[in-house]
Design a protein around this ligand. Sequence first.
Ligand SMILES: [Zn+2]
Length: 199
Amino acid sequence: MAHMDDSLKAALYRITCPDGATLGNYHLGLLAETAAQQVAHHLAICPLCTREIAQLEAFLAETAVSLQPSTGERIKVWIAKRLPGGGQNRQGMGAATGTPAFALRGDNGGPLMYEAGDAQLSLEIQDDPEHPGRKSILGLVLGIETEAVEVKLLQGDGVVTAVTLDEIGNFSFTSLATGSYELTLSGQTIEIHVPDLNI
Ligand SMILES: [Zn+2]
């Protein structure tokens, strides 16, 4: 009997229920004031329409989330490719001895040049005059939006140090221990990786 009661109640409720479109417009705040008041009054007494609004709300929330592109889709990730020239004054060292780490040291040559998608990156690695035995990196990146770009030096998964790119694309690191680093530049739309930077 209880079950029949419920269906009867449901049927009665539904007779006076606003249709789905009206409920939707009400939820979105698109109804005129008097119409909105009628729906609000009805919702106060009708569990079915209340549930329908809740379902609509859940549906809209889900749709909104899926319409937003994930960060992975928005950000272009480039692995920087080393260009010939710069930092190679130790004639053919890398090729001849199979010690690329050694050949990549830039302290005796010009800046190391990289290409990463639309961007060009140059890194000048020098002795840090203020910190004997340590190194500095002067970097310049061209061809990217320079606003809010973070430049990080990593070893393993740890960030050793990080700076922000200035508006013309310069950055610098000082007082670095020699070693092998990964350099990353991450902005709102791009991410550039220099995987093997040996200083
Ligand atoms: Zn209703």
